[in-house]
Structures are given as structure tokens and as C-alpha cells.
Design a protein around this ligand. Structure first.
Ligand code: GDP
Ligand code: MG
Length: 367
């Protein structure tokens, strides 16, 4: 893209600038560090170096589909979303899980609401993202945000499969995310956990002991029954996925929640997917940017770093981003500001265009 110099390109790919210059030279292109590369060259050289690069839009930037080398990748905790039909017990289950997690982890820690939490099980961890609602989930996926590794599908055993159960299954399938089924409310007199299993077969969600791919756990969120079984099962499912990420890179990930806090200004909860986020980093999130003034974890504690799979609040942005926005750390503050301002300008232009179209429509309607 325009403006992507040899130096910038090398920095984004994490390769030696000299190596890029050499490869360009071999293609008959004599370029210096500060000269711009064409889109074609960007793609060609990236490909040559075993990286995949996608040019997003010529005036904006290029998004890198990161290809970390094997030795850069370290195990990371699973990120889990709880979904299911209304009143089947999603909130109760998350409460029970958090309670268990706090009880088994270090003491103290009143979880404040940041849209996500980290639960400790022995020396392992699971990140839970608060059910974003199916619409937000779809919106995020449409923007390429793959934020969850495992979906816990809650089905009340006195009610069985309902419309939002099926919706959740469809979401999971479309996103290619494995489902762990929590058959809930087994304490109730009318509970029939086996009927839930039978009903789910019709939707391709089949228990392992019936020859299928899905792990099932009977639980009671209310009576806190088998919650630790559920957590162990999630970890088993995560083991199969062999989740890894590069913690030693400029951080990137997605905004999962954002708001304007009276005292603290714009606050965004982000999920780090690659690299490690630190206070002092320059971040762009959608049309917002800023230097990270502080990072706050789900226990309300200030932290010095957030590694892959960790949710953390960012303080210090100049405006409130939107849930589903990608965030990315930039080496150069000017680049960050330029990108955020260009995006903001484009958003305003698009809005004006919509408005003027609406005005025209109004006009036509009146005639
Ligand atoms: P959500 O809409 O999926 O978040 O469901 P909630 O967690 O708000 O639960 C809906 C209702 O079911 C509440 O009245 C809960 O107390 C109740 N509930 C949730 N889990 C259980 C359970 O395991 N057993 C029983 N008996 N009730 C439950
Ligand atoms: Mg709820």
C-alpha cells in the first residue's frame, strides 16, 4: 500500500530490513529503507518470506495474517463463551464458575464487571467472556473477530432444546468452534438430562460416549453441582485444540466491551490474542487511539502486562471504541494517530453519505 515503506514493512513482519532490501534487489527493484513499496511488491516479498499479507485498502494499511514460527508459539489459556436459551442458566453458571475459580485460586478478589473473567484451576486458567448476545457475536464474526476457542452450550434439562439453543449451535458451527454441553438444572424434579442428549443428536451435537464429538457434563448452577467437572472438561477440550500464541510481539486482539467512565474516561476491555500489552504502549482500536495509561485486570488490579488470552481494561484512549474493533499496538505514535484519524474521517464521511441519501429519499417520498 501507499506509504508502506521498506522499513515499515520489515517492522510489521518482524524481519530484518536488509533482508527485504536484498530480496527486492533480486527482483530487480532497488529501494532504500524510506521508499514505498507497491501492493504487488508487499504481497510478493511477504510471500517470498513465508508470510501471508492481505492489503485491506490502499489508503489505509495492510493487515497481516501473522505467521509466527513454531518456536515463538507458547501455550495459552482457552477463551470460552457461554451460550444458550434465555433462562437456561448462563448467568447462574458463570457466577458458579467464578465462585469456584475464586475458591480454588488465591483468596480475595471481588470480580468487578469488565465483560470477562479469568478462572484458575490448579496451575491452569480459563478466560470466560460474558455472553455477548448472539447479535454481538455475529457482528464480531462478520468483522473477522474469532474471539472464542470453546463454546459452553447451556441447556436446561427441564426444558430441553429451544430456539436460542439451535441458534447457538449454528453460531458455533459457522465459527468452527467446538461445543461443550452443560446440561443444567439437574437438581430440578422434572429434569431429564438424557432427553437433552437425544434432542441434541438431531442438531449434530453428539456425546462422545454415543460415538460423537461433544463432551457433556450434567450440572446444577444453582446447587453448584459438578462445576469442577465442567471446568476440567473445558480444559480437556482445550488440550485437544493445542492453543498457542506468540507472547513476544507487539500486542493485538479485539475489543470485547467499551464505555465512557465518569472518572476514568474511555475504558475498553480488550482480549489480547497475540503479543503482550504493556502500560505505555501506543494502541489503535477502531477509530480510537492513545497511550496506555494503565491496564486493569478482572480483579480490579493494575497489571504490568497482558499476555495472549488475557482480558484487560485499557485506560488512556482518546475515545470509546466499539465492541468487535480490532486493537493493535504501534511502534510509532504518529502512525497510530494517522490511522485512527483516517478511520474516524472515513466513518464520518460514510455517515454523511448515508444522511444525504436519506434526505434524498425523504425528498422523493414527499414528491
Ligand atoms: P440466563 O437467562 O441463561 O442467564 O439464566 P439465569 O442464570 O438468569 O437463570 C434463569 C433462572 O433459572 C433463574 O431463576 C435461576 O435461579 C434459575 N436456575 C439457573 N440455574 C439453575 C439450576 O441449576 N437449578 C435450578 N433449580 N434453577 C436454576
Ligand atoms: Mg443471563
Amino acid at each position: 500500500p501507499q506509504g508502506s515503506t521498506v522499513a515499515k514493512f520489515a517492522e510489521l513482519l518482524g524481519v530484518q530490513p536488509n533482508d527485504v532490501i536484498k530480496r527486492l534487489f533480486m527482483l530487480g527493484q532497488v529501494l532504500t529503507l524510506t521508499q514505498s513499496m507497491s501492493d504487488e511488491l508487499v504481497e510478493l516479498i511477504a510471500d517470498d518470506m513465508g508470510r501471508k499479507v492481505r492489503v485491506v485498502s490502499p489508503e489505509e494499511e495492510f493487515a497481516i495474517v501473522y505467521h509466527d514460527s513454531d518456536e515463538d508459539l507458547k501455550p495459552r489459556p482457552p477463551v470460552v463463551t457461554v451460550m444458550g436459551h434465555v433462562d437456561h442458566g448462563k448467568t447462574s453458571l458463570l457466577d458458579a464458575i467464578r465462585h469456584t475459580g475464586v475458591a480454588e485460586g488465591e483468596a480475595g478478589g471481588i470480580t468487578q464487571h469488565i465483560g470477562a473473567s479469568v478462572v484458575r484451576i490448579g496451575d491452569r486458567q480459563i478466560t470466560f467472556i460474558d455472553t455477548p448476545g448472539h447479535e454481538a457475536f455475529t457482528a464480531m464474526r462478520a468483522r473477522g473477530a474469532q474471539v472464542t476457542d470453546v463454546i459452553v452450550l447451556v441447556v436446561a434439562s427441564d426444558d430441553g432444546v429451544m430456539p436460542q439453543t439451535i441458534e447457538a449451535i449454528n453460531h458455533a458451527k459457522a465459527a468452527n468452534v467446538p461445543i461443550v454441553v452443560a446440561v443444567n438444572k439437574i437438581d430440578k424434579p422434572g429434569a431429564n438430562p438424557d432427553r437433552v442428549r437425544q434432542e441434541l443428536v438431531e442438531y449434530g451435537v453428539i456425546p462422545e460416549d454415543w460415538g460423537g464429538q461433544n463432551m457433556f457434563v450434567n450440572v446444577s448452577a444453582k446447587k453448584k453441582l459438578h462445576i469442577d467437572d465442567l471446568l476440567e472438561t473445558i480444559l480437556l477440550q482445550a488440550d485437544v485444540l493445542e492453543l498457542r500464541a506468540n507472547p513476544d510481539a507487539l500486542a493485538s486482539g479485539f475489543v470485547i466491551e467499551a464505555n465512557l467512565d465518569k472518572g476514568r474516561g474511555p475504558v475498553a476491555t480488550v482480549l489480547v490474542q497475540r503479543g503482550t500489552l504493556h502500560p505505555g504502549d501506543t494502541v489503535v482500536a477502531g477509530t480510537s487511539y492513545g497511550r496506555v495509561r494503565a491496564l486493569v485486570d478482572p480483579r480490579g488490579q493494575h497489571v504490568e502486562g497482558a499476555a495472549p488470552s488475557y482480558p484487560v481494561e485499557i485506560l488512556g484512549l482518546n475515545s470509546v471504541p466499539v465492541a468487535g474493533d480490532e486493537f493493535r499496538v504501534f511502534e510509532d505514535e504518529r502512525d497510530a494517530r494517522k490511522l485512527a484519524e483516517e478511520r474516524a474521517l472515513r466513518a464520518r464521511l460514510a455517515e454523511q453519505e448515508t444522511k444525504s441519501h436519506m434526505n434524498l429519499d425523504d425528498l422523493f417520498n414527499r414528491i
